[in-house]
Each structure stands twice: as structure tokens, then as C-alpha cells.
Unconditional design. Structure first.
Lengths: 180, 793
């Protein structure tokens, strides 16, 4: 496992992601957060682990953790096909832009989010959005659930194999009530 | 007194009075060969009154920019936390820290946007200046401009709009460029340390320089169209060969790369004069390819910028001629490995070669053919032509299409040395799974490498990263050899401008919304997953009766695939500016014709005055013209400048995922109704028109998202109920098909129940009820208080 940026040139300056050494850290942060949200990108249907698509792991995780999902790109239909209704859908840029707005009251109108989890976008694009949040959303912590190290996030998993990734997602899901 | 050979007197209505007297005899004097140029005379034959903003300076249109930026606030994604532009630095600007000069990360990000736009605008404008110098030297200042004969009276809509100049001759274009160059210089100065400090002002200046970029582009294309005999606004411009497979590799091949066609014209002219044009192949890569085929019907388009390495390494080129822009800067190293002589033909791009411009051609040819020098710099396009043709003919029999691509068995052997370190994948902009492909190759199968062929953008970073120094890009090219050599497609030759009569025919249905939109698919080939997405998107919207305009590398990708009947896009759809047309305007600089067409709708159809009247025309386009730009593979600073020119004109631009690296989006907020008010010019009342268009600059993640966004961003406040109904039906249909859901913001676009598409009435009415929708009016929309005809008491 490596905590170098997955794309070699994607280097942060003085504020770099903390390494998530075990999935329980994410679980603890979610439990501690008042208003978490999970942003899921288009690679959710392009990444396969142990014969399942990433989106299936994420649905299990969201159901167990009760973290609401925002689907980007055309992912909303993929969730609906699998019987899961995301809390919202919008472009990745739109959700990034709303998260930097301290006045935004969230998808449900109940207040700003304090923790944003990201997963499944093109690496560079996800990294840029997270970088925007690092600079312009000082009250928001960010976590990536990808198996690629994102230096601009508050917390990131290290670069890891698909097997390790699947394992992490399963552990996280299992730590919530009702998770398998 | 008698006058003889009173050879030239220009009309007093032209901008420059130029008198040339061959010989004049008086009682006491004899004057011969006298030339007098007298200042500049204002064009009095153009009766259109001058508008309020001819030749705007950096801040003239600032209020307009700030109106747009109030609605479309920048969302910055800095990409780099530091500033290292001055010796105070490096400064860490992370999360609110200011640098030594006082700049914060928002201003620094917008400064980078401005710098990118300045580079882009300078590049187009310098290209046009260089070409204009050449053309004036060759054809004279008084050479008349002609971009469409009797079919075009508004010959330079962008120039007229911005500068208030109606250019009639090549010489007139010098004044236009002089203005553009001054503005670019001023804009570059803004980026110096200790100048501008506000991010919105940086943005406004980026808009300004984007507008200037369109002026620079227009000058270039109308100059070359007028002089080189390019198609002049021809809807049915001929189809030209596209693809590596169309090249007759049994002949010497001259490969021209770049954007400035002047050296290529030298090659073609020399080949024709020497009667060897049927014995050699002149092929182009990137935009110069378009202009080669606009000049020469036997020219071939190899493909977009990203195919430089693959064509070169395949060994087909016998001589490479570089002009300017988007040229691989390591091409001389690549070429020398293949014994291919290189001729650099632009001052901007000397490549370290010795300047041989003044040497005898045969001497230069001898040095290139013998390999005594790997390349030369020649700054005389006619000499480039002679040297390239002669060298290609002599080099070809020696090289015999030598290439250094490994054979399949060699790849399988070399792949065994792969350490599976992942550095190739981690360096690949596309995150291509090269390690897995190498593992498969080591196991005897090249199929995974072959699969990468379509997605590889040819940057070669994988090879730079490989600790084993494996030529991974060459492996991909070899594995994809069959695909590559079977690329035999076609492209509509760049037609140039849009005819005035075409504008008249479609003006009404566009502005009323009955033609659902104009989609401009432009820009480079930094695609996330190959060029097929470009083809699919163009075809989708042409089938939906949008007007689809294409240019540059995107126009090539659009022509690189075929439908089930075996037809390319250009065979399937007309090349006219009409509903369901797919028109290729040409190279990068021809993008100005797309902006020009939008401007001409306001002028020719709506009779709005054009001359120096930027703000009013942009307000018209923004509120009425359902036009959207898509740069699916934009990579360059030029693309940034082109986009900025469209933003100021009120045309939204979408970029593919790599476009997020432009590090700033301009996003509206449809959840903020207060952002979407316009004036009703009839009454002065403020009317909420909904998020139309929602964004001014947006990155999308997938082609599915692009299609939905295009349909949505074509919605405009001025749409009639019929037009809105048509636009909504496309938006909803695409959302349902590609997203699997009814869009949840439909209520924001329904003003009266007549806007609702008939076939979706029940479904939408239910949604409207759920959302608490209320009917509103369709205004005569404007953002400009001065356009209100009746001020409310």
C-alpha cells in the first residue's frame, strides 16, 4: 500500500491528506459527523471487484450507514435500476459548487454538510473537486473511498489493489447496524 | 502638367489613402515612382451607425462581464496550491493564505485562467499576423476580401462587432490586428505581480481576451479564405480523405503538422509546378490538415493532434514539416530515430535547427537526405516547398518506410521484462491499464494492448515513466496496426463562413426555439475514451434536427466512424447551416465563423446594429439563441481562449472530463430563483425566466451527461411556447433514456402550460403540481436596463 498520489504529478503543497490506515477510521468519522454525504461518480459501474460492481458495494454501504448519496453524471439511473434511490443527482461540478457554499442547506434543506465522501470519478476530476473543497470549504472534511490516494482530501485510503478495496468497503459496511 | 502611369489611387472611402505615381511631368519638375500614404480616413460608405463600444479596452465591457459573473459564479479547483511566478515565492496559497504579493488562491486561479486565455489569443493572433504579413507581401494590401461572394455581405461579423471596422481588403485587416495585439499586450500585463487583485476582474479580463481571440481567428481565416481559394461558405464543400489508411504509402509522404497552412501551400504549389503532385502525398495532422484540404483536393487528413506519434512511428512519413501550434516538441528526436528529415517552418518553433533560409535549396536537400543534419529551419514558405518535395523524393527510396515498431513476437518477449510497477498507468492521463496489458502480452496475447489503441491519446508519458524504458506507445500502435491502416474515412472540407441567406432561413426558427439549438463541437482530441463519443454526440443531435457545427480535431473525429449503412457523418447529413446539418467550418481559426453565425443571426435576422455594439448583441445571443459549445477533448490554451470568447458572447461551453483541468467553472445555481431574473424589455418588469441557460462553463463526466446538458443548455428565455416545448421534449427524452429518470427541474423551464410537450402532458402536469409551479409570462428578455423600451413609472 502506498500513499503516493496515484497520478504521479498530482502533488499537493502544505496540506496533504491524512492516510486512512484502516476502514474503521472512516466509520468513526461518519459516526461522528452530523451531516455526511457520499458523492458517487460514473466509475461506479466500471470498476469490478470480486465479480461485483463498485456501485453494488456502495449501495450496501449507503443502506447500512444511512449516508445519503448524490449520484453524478448519469449514475442516478444505475442506482434506480438496482432498487436504490439516491438522495439527489447532479453533475459533479454542481455538487462541488454547492459544497463550497456555506449557505447551502443540503439536498434535504436541513443544513450544510460537514463531511463529504467521494468515490468513483475520473481520478483527476475527483482530485480537482476535492482540491476546490480544500481551499474554499474550510468547514467541510473530505474523504475518498477510492483505492487511489488523493492528496487533496482530508483523509484518503492509500493506493490499493481491487481485493483490498473490496475488503475495505465490506468492513466499513459491516461496522454499521444492519451491514453485512 | 501631364500624368503618366498614375497607377494606383485608392478610394477615399477606404481607411488608408495610398497614391502611387509612376511618372508626373510638370513645367519645372519630373516626379517618378512617388508613393504617398495619407493617414486613415473614416469609412463613410458604411451607413450603419457606430455603436457605443468600438475597439473596447480592458474595462469597457466590464459591466457586462460582471452581470454574467454574478449569475455564473466561478467555482475554482486550483490544481496547484502554490504560486511560483515571482521570486517572493514559492507562496503557499492553501485554504485562504495570501501570497507575498497579497493574492489569494481565488485570484491566483483566475489569474492562471487569464494567462491561459492570453496565450491562446496571442497564438491565434500571431498566427494570423504571420499569415497576413505573408499574404500582403504576396498579394498586396489592396487585395479584396471575399469569404462567400454574393452570398455574404457581412464578411467579418466578429470584427465588425468588436472593432467597428468593416474590412474590405487585406490591408484593412492590419488595423484590426493592431487593435487585437494591443489588447492582448494589455491583458498579459494584468497578470504581472502586483497588478489586478480581484478574481472577478481577472475573469472579466479573461473574457476580454477571449473576445479578442475571436477577432484574431476571424482575421486569419478570412485572409486565407480570400487569397488561397478555399471553399467560400460552401454548404456542399467536397468530401476529403481522412485517416491513415487513405494515404498511398507507396509514394513519398510529406507530413505537415500544425496550424499555419502557408508552408504547406508552398509544398503543394511547388509539387504542382514541378508536375510531381501525383507522385507524392501531402498529408496533414491537426488543423493544418483541414487547410491543406481546403487548398488542395488531393491532400489528406491523417487525424487529430493525438495521432502524431502513431503516424510518425509507423514510418509512413518521409519528410516532416512543422509549422506552428500543437506540434510535439520532441518530434525531431522521434524523427531522427526513423531517419525522417524535419523542416521547421515557423519562427515560433525553430526546434534548435540551423536557419538555412538563405542557403541554396539543393544544398539543404543534400544535407537532409544524407542525414548530415536531422533538420533545418527555413522561414521562406516557397523554399520549404521546394526542399520538402525534393527531399521527400530522395529520402523515400532510402528509407523505404522504415519504422522501428517492434514485431508482435518481440513485444511479447519485451513484455516479460515489465516489473508491474504501475508507473506507466500512473503517468497515463487516461489511466489506461497498461500493466495488465503488458502481463497479457507477456503471456502471449496482444489483445489488451490492441484494445488500448482507441483510447490512447498518444502523449507518450507511459514511456517516460517506464523504468525498463519499454516503448509502450509503440507496442500499442503495433497491436492496433490493423485498425490504424484501415482508417479510411472522410471529412467535409472546411467550408468557412455561414452564408447570409442561410442565416435568414434559420434565424426565425432558431430564435423562436423551433430549431432546438446550435451545437458547436470544437476543439482538441484529449478525449476520455476515444473519438467515438464525438461522433455519437454529433449524430444524436443532427438526428434531433439541431444545427451541428464542427471544427478542428473534433471535425476529424466526427468523420472517423460510420453508421450501419457504412456512411460517415458527412455523408449522412448535409453540410448546410440548417436543421439536421453537420457543417465543418474548418480549422481552429475557422471557429470564429461559429461565433460569427450567432452574431449574424442578431444582425441579419433581427436587424440589430452590429457595428461596435458588443453588449447589445451579446445580450441578444445570450437570451435568444440556443447555442452551446462542446469541447469534448479540449486541452490547449487556445481552446480556453475560444471558450472565453463564447462566454462573453453569452454562449455556454461544455468540456469533457479533462476540461476540469482548466481549474475553473462558471456555474449557475438553479436552486436560487433570485439569480434568474431578466428585464422584460416591453415593460421594464423583472421576470424570472428560470436557469436558462444554467451554466456558462461546465465540465461533464460522461457522454451521456454531455447529451443531457447540451439539450438543457439550449433553452433560452425568449423561446416561444412551441420552441420551449420542442426543447423540453429533447431534454426530457434524453434524460429518460440516458439517466433513466424524468428531470426534476422541468418545472423551472415551464412558463405556461403551452410549454409542456403534448405527449408528456400528464406526467409533467403531475410534476408541476408537486413542485407548486405557478404560471409566468414570456418576456422580451434582456439583462440591459438600457434596452427597456418603456420604463415603468
Amino acid at each position: 500500500m502506498s500513499c503516493e498520489p496515484w497520478q504521479c504529478a498530482e502533488i499537493a503543497a502544505t496540506k496533504k491528506a491524512n492516510l486512512i490506515q484502516k476502514p474503521e477510521i472512516v466509520v468513526a468519522m461518519i459516526k461522528r459527523a452530523e451531516r455526511p454525504i457520499l458523492v458517487v461518480g460514473s466509475y461506479a459501474v466500471e470498476r469490478y471487484m470480486e465479480g461485483r460492481q463498485l456501485i453494488d458495494y456502495l449501495i450496501d454501504f449507503a443502506r447500512a450507514s444511512k449516508v445519503p448519496i448524490v449520484a453524478t453524471a448519469h449514475m442516478v439511473g444505475e442506482f434506480l435500476k438496482r432498487g436504490y434511490e439516491p438522495a439527489g443527482f447532479m453533475s459533479a461540478m454542481d455538487i462541488g459548487n454547492r459544497l463550497v457554499d456555506p449557505e447551502w442547506q443540503g439536498l434535504d434543506g436541513k443544513g450544510p454538510y460537514d463531511l463529504a465522501l467521494f468515490v468513483g470519478m475520473p481520478y483527476y476530476m475527483e482530485g480537482l473537486i476535492i482540491c476546490g473543497l480544500k481551499h474554499f470549504a474550510p468547514n467541510l472534511r473530505t474523504i475518498t473511498l477510492d483505492n487511489l490516494f488523493h492528496p487533496h482530501a482530508s483523509w484518503s485510503f492509500p493506493n490499493a489493489t481491487l481485493e483490498e478495496w473490496a475488503g475495505n468497503l465490506k468492513v466499513m459496511t459491516s461496522k454499521f447496524e444492519g451491514g453485512q | 502638367m501631364s500624368y503618366q502611369n498614375f497607377t494606383e489611387v485608392s478610394e477615399l472611402t477606404s481607411k488608408n489613402v495610398h497614391v502611387k505615381i509612376g511618372e508626373m511631368k510638370g513645367n519645372t519638375s519630373l516626379i517618378s515612382n512617388l508613393e504617398v500614404s495619407v493617414g486613415k480616413v473614416v469609412d463613410s460608405s458604411w451607413t450603419e451607425p457606430m455603436g457605443p463600444t468600438p475597439m473596447p479596452s480592458l474595462s469597457t465591457l466590464r459591466d457586462w462581464d460582471l452581470r454574467l459573473l454574478e449569475r455564473y459564479k466561478p467555482f475554482y479547483m486550483p490544481d496547484c496550491d502554490l504560486c511560483c511566478l515571482c521570486t517572493f515565492g514559492k507562496c503557499d496559497l492553501t485554504a485562504g493564505k495570501r501570497g507575498a504579493c497579497g493574492l489569494d488562491i481565488a485570484a491566483q486561479s483566475s489569474r492562471i485562467v487569464l494567462i491561459a486565455c492570453c496565450i491562446g489569443a496571442a497564438t491565434h493572433t500571431a498566427h494570423s499576423r504571420h499569415m497576413l504579413h505573408h499574404l500582403i507581401e504576396k498579394y498586396g494590401r489592396r487585395y479584396p476580401l471575399d469569404v462567400g461572394g454574393l452570398n455574404i455581405k457581412v464578411e467579418a461579423p466578429v470584427t465588425r462587432l468588436v472593432t467597428g471596422i468593416r474590412p474590405e481588403t487585406l490591408g484593412d485587416l492590419e488595423d484590426v490586428l493592431a487593435y487585437a495585439e494591443e489588447q492582448i499586450t494589455q491583458a498579459v500585463a494584468v497578470a504581472h505581480t502586483g497588478q489586478e487583485g480581484n478574481h472577478l476582474d481577472f475573469e472579466s479580463k479573461a473574457f476580454h481576451v477571449g473576445m479578442i481571440d475571436h477577432v484574431g481567428m476571424e482575421v486569419g481565416d478570412i485572409a486565407q479564405t480570400s487569397t488561397f481559394g478555399f471553399p467560400k461558405a460552401e454548404p456542399e464543400a467536397p468530401l476529403v480523405s481522412l485517416g491513415i489508411g487513405t494515404v498511398d504509402t507507396s509514394k513519398p509522404v510529406i507530413m505537415c503538422i500544425g496550424h499555419n497552412v502557408v508552408p504547406s501551400v508552398g509544398i503543394i504549389d511547388y509539387a504542382k509546378e514541378s508536375k510531381v503532385d501525383d507522385k507524392i502525398e501531402v498529408v496533414g495532422l491537426c488543423c493544418t490538415a483541414h487547410d491543406i484540404t481546403r487548398y488542395y483536393n488531393r491532400g489528406r487528413i491523417i487525424g487529430p493532434i493525438s495521432w502524431q506519434l502513431r503516424f510518425l512511428r509507423s514510418g509512413f512519413a518521409d519528410v516532416i514539416v512543422l509549422d506552428e501550434q500543437c506540434v510535439r516538441t520532441d518530434i525531431s528526436d522521434e524523427a531522427s530515430r526513423l531517419l525522417v528529415p524535419v523542416i521547421a517552418a515557423s519562427e515560433k518553433n525553430c526546434m534548435g535547427f540551423k536557419n538555412r533560409t538563405n542557403d541554396p535549396s539543393d544544398e539543404i536537400v543534400a544535407d537532409l537526405v544524407s542525414g548530415k543534419v536531422p533538420g533545418v529551419l527555413i522561414l521562406d514558405p516557397e523554399k520549404v516547398g521546394e526542399v520538402a518535395v525534393k527531399a521527400a523524393q530522395k529520402v523515400a527510396p532510402i528509407r523505404r518506410k522504415f519504422n522501428n515498431l517492434p514485431e508482435p513476437e518481440e513485444i511479447k518477449t519485451l513484455a516479460k521484462s515489465c516489473r508491474q510497477c504501475n508507473l506507466c498507468q500512473r503517468s497515463c492521463p487516461q489511466d489506461l491499464k497498461l500493466p495488465r496489458a503488458m502481463k497479457a502480452a507477456a503471456g502471449g496475447s496482444l489483445s489488451e494492448l490492441e484494445d488500448l489503441y482507441e483510447y490512447c491519446i498518444g502523449c507518450g508519458r507511459c514511456e517516460e515513466a517506464c523504468p525498463e524504458k519499454l516503448d509502450l506507445h509503440s507496442f500499442i500502435v503495433k497491436a492496433g496496426w490493423k485498425h490504424m491502416t484501415e482508417e479510411t474515412n472522410n471529412c467535409r472540407c472546411g467550408r468557412g463562413a455561414v452564408q447570409d441567406v442561410e442565416i435568414r432561413n434559420v434565424g426565425s426558427p432558431i430564435v423562436l426555439g423551433e430549431i432546438p439549438g446550435i451545437l458547436a463541437v470544437v476543439g482538441c482530441s484529449n478525449y476520455p475514451k476515444g473519438g467515438k463519443d464525438v461522433y455519437d454526440i454529433c449524430r444524436e443531435f443532427a438526428n434531433r434536427r439541431y444545427i451541428v457545427a464542427v471544427s478542428g480535431c473534433s471535425a476529424m473525429s466526427a468523420g472517423s466512424y460510420r453508421n450501419s449503412e457504412g456512411k460517415t457523418l458527412y455523408e449522412e447529413f448535409s453540410g448546410a447551416f440548417e436543421a439536421g446539418g453537420v457543417l465543418n467550418v474548418g480549422s481552429c481559426v475557422a471557429n470564429s465563423h461559429i461565433a460569427g453565425a450567432a452574431i449574424k443571426v442578431a444582425n441579419i435576422f433581427a436587424k440589430r446594429s452590429l457595428r461596435g455594439n458588443y453588449e447589445e448583441i451579446a445580450d441578444y445571443i445570450y437570451n435568444r439563441l440556443g447555442a452551446v459549445g462542446l469541447a469534448w477533448g479540449a486541452y490547449s490554451q487556445k481552446a480556453a481562449a475560444i471558450a472565453a470568447g463564447f462566454w462573453r458572447l453569452g454562449v455556454p461551453v461544455i468540456v469533457g472530463p479533462h476540461g476540469s483541468k482548466y481549474r475553473r467553472m462558471l456555474l449557475g445555481r438553479e436552486d436560487k430563483p433570485e439569480d434568474w431574473e431578466v428585464y422584460d424589455a416591453r415593460t421594464g418588469n423583472k421576470v424570472n425566466v428560470g436557469p436558462a441557460p444554467e451554466h456558462l462553463f461546465q465540465t461533464v463526466e460522461t457522454p451521456q451527461e454531455a447529451k443531457v446538458a447540451i439539450a438543457k443548455l439550449c433553452i433560452r428565455p425568449n423561446d416561444t411556447w412551441k420552441g420551449r416545448s420542442i426543447k423540453l421534449s429533447h431534454y426530457i427524452d434524453l434524460s429518460k433514456r440516458l439517466y433513466g429518470v424524468m428531470p426534476q427541474d422541468v418545472h423551472l423551464f415551464v412558463r405556461t402550460l403551452a410549454d409542456v410537450p403534448m405527449t408528456m402532458k400528464d406526467e409533467i402536469t403531475k410534476l408541476l403540481n408537486e413542485k407548486g409551479w405557478k404560471e409566468t409570462v414570456i418576456p422580451d428578455p434582456t439583462l440591459l436596463p438600457r434596452m427597456i423600451r418603456k420604463i415603468k413609472e
